[in-house]
Design a protein around this ligand. Structure first.
Ligand code: DAH
Length: 361
């Protein structure tokens, strides 16, 4: 009878163990079977009432039941713990691999790139940067630069004048969009005593539009003033800058006399190139390409800025940034710079991580 009961209990408890699906449930089964008030424990306690052989037999049977059930519970507990850990590992998964970098699509516009390159070159030579306003007045853009009122050179600049302002008095106060960065020379010299070595760059405007002209374009302007600055300095500085910019050590550079009202003598700078069979190449061959204007600052300009021309002299230069970019990077049409065509920018633009080349490397 008793043996029957033990067999039944074993089957019942085994099923309970098997159907426990969490640690909490299996613990409940353990307490239920083996705890202080558990069912096996209760039967064990009852052994005390039995005698002799029966007690011994039942004792053995109950002990083996207890061991078997304990074994089953331990096994199930271990399996459930493992299961629980597996579930946790699966749910708390952390992807520590680095996702691939998104393909960079942004590009530096050739104008920004060339400005960076030129600034790097002139900064290496000790030039500082100055800025001036895009909306200028006639005085700073023309008169102070030795373009007297009515001078024909003014006409060459195709100036955009701003609508007349009633408060303006006289020709020189007339507002306009600066036609060149040379106006910054005046502003800078009026506020800073020599020695001066600075560049300024920015937008300039002229009413003109074709393959090599746009109404807005960029210039970079240089100004050097000191007691003994002379034409040799001008030539050395600009030859070195051209060689560094075009990255051609043996670049032929030629200074050809030219006229600008604010310099005397004035010159245009040409660099050597070849144009064989429609193939344009900088640095070799027997042809020339004009790239910038320069000269020794006219004494009138120094006087206009409160600098004594008997004590000081200096040189200035100005160049078109787009022109430099077109020559260096083979961009054929100036107008494309301002069309905001992403395909153009992808082709002619620069990687943002590129550093501009350096003059002294
Ligand atoms: N301002 C002139 C232009 O736009 C360029 C230029 C020529 C600038 C000679 C200068 C210079 O500083 O000395 O055509």
């Amino acid at each position: 009878m008793m043996n029957n009961m033990i067999a039944q209990l074993k089957e019942e408890l085994s099923k309970m163990v098997e159907s426990a699906k969490t640690i909490a449930e299996i613990e409940e089964v353990r307490v239920n079977a083996l705890g202080k008030k558990g069912r096996i424990t209760a039967l064990m306690k009852g052994l005390g009432k039995l005698q002799g052989e029966e007690r011994k037999e039942q004792g053995i049977a109950l002990n083996s039941l207890k061991d078997e059930i304990k074994n089953l519970i331990d096994k199930q507990t271990a399996a459930l713990k493992k299961q629980e850990m597996d579930n946790r590992l699966a749910s708390e998964v952390l992807d520590i691999t680095l996702s691939p970098r998104p393909q960079r699509t942004g590009h530096i516009h050739p104008i920004s790139q060339v400005i960076e390159e030129l600034v790097t070159i002139f900064a290496d030579m000790g030039f500082q940067i100055a800025e001036g306003p895009d909306i200028e007045d006639d005085y700073h853009n023309f008169t102070a630069l030795n373009f007297p009122i009515g001078h024909p050179a003014r006409e060459m600049h195709d100036t955009f004048f701003m609508p007349e302002d009633k408060d303006e008095e006289g020709e020189e106060a007339k507002k306009l969009l600066r036609t060149h960065t040379s106006s910054v020379q005046i502003r800078y010299m009026k506020e800073n005593k020599p020695p001066i070595r600075r560049i300024s760059m920015g937008r300039t405007y002229r009413s003109d539009y074709d393959m090599t002209h746009t109404p807005m374009f960029h210039q970079i302007e240089g100004l050097v003033v000191d007691k003994s600055t002379h034409m040799g300095h001008l030539k050395g500085c600009l030859s070195d800058a051209c060689k560094a910019f075009f990255e051609v050590d043996e670049l032929p550079v030629r200074f050809r006399p030219s006229f600008f009202p604010f310099v005397e003598p004035g010159a245009e700078v040409d660099i050597g190139c070849s144009r064989k069979d429609g193939d344009f190449k900088i640095g070799a061959g027997d042809d020339w390409m004009e790239i910038l204007g320069c000269g020794m600052i006219h004494p009138n300009v120094l006087k206009n800025c409160g600098v004594n021309p008997d004590e000081y002299q200096g040189f200035a230069f100005g160049m078109g940034i787009e022109r430099m970019a077109m020559l260096k990077y083979g961009i054929p049409d100036l107008r494309t710079f301002f069309e905001s065509d992403v395909r153009w920018l992808n082709y002619y633009g620069f990687d943002a991580y590129n550093r501009p080349n350096r003059a002294t490397d």
